[in-house]
Design a protein around this ligand. Structure first.
Ligand code: GLN
Length: 190
């Protein structure tokens, strides 16, 4: 999703994995896609513009059909979240059963790095957190794939993936590979 934020870094990562990504700004750009990455950036800007461009409704429809996998990183995870208790009216997709708090780590530690244990990964993943949101609550239908200080930082529910860190800023392509797998399942299911 190329409305705002660091979508170019995601595109580059996919290119390294041999996948030619297209930039999605309008509903028609979704045609033929199996997966959509919603990047980090500024979640209110992304949310407002996605609504204005008609993307919010189009993506929601495809998610309901089960024909589109969606991965939100950081601001993208906020866009996916069902609940933002502090900002209940913030425009968002709201399809993933989690509650998030924006910019939740405070000023002193607004950015940090951490080696995460991710479910199914053989080695730790070096993760960059930048003004990251906190996942306050996960629903029963949501699987926690990684934690930082005992709180979920990477979660999955069906074909939805959300993480509060930025894999597109590292050299490690494993989370992108995981999402490609989820996306290809979306194709098969269709
Ligand atoms: N703080 C941002 C927001 O609430 C998200 C930060 C990020 O995507 N790196 O939109």
């Amino acid at each position: 999703m190329a409305i705002q934020g660091d979508f170019r870094e995601h595109k580059q990562m996919l290119k390294e994995l041999g996948v030619e990504a297209v930039e999605v700004r309008l509903p028609r750009d979704l045609e033929g896609l199996a997966g959509l990455i919603v990047p980090g950036g500024e979640s209110t800007t992304i949310g407002m513009l996605a609504r204005e461009y008609g993307l919010e409704g189009a993506v929601r429809e495809r998610v309901r059909e089960g024909s589109l996998a969606v991965w939100g990183t950081c601001a993208g995870a906020i866009w996916l979240a069902r609940e933002i208790p502090e900002f209940p009216d913030q425009p968002r997709l709201g399809v993933l059963n989690i509650a998030v708090q924006r910019n939740a780590y405070g000023r002193q530690v607004d950015s940090f790095e951490e080696d995460l244990e991710i479910l199914g990964f053989e080695r730790p993943f070096h993760a960059f957190f930048i003004r990251a949101p906190r996942i306050l609550k996960v629903g029963d239908d949501v699987r926690v794939l990684a934690k930082h200080q005992n709180e979920a930082v990477l979660v999955q529910s069906g074909k939805l993936l959300a993480g509060t860190f930025h894999p597109e800023l590292s050299e490690d392509t494993r989370v992108h590979q995981l999402f490609l797998q989820l996306s290809s399942n979306a194709l098969v299911a269709k």
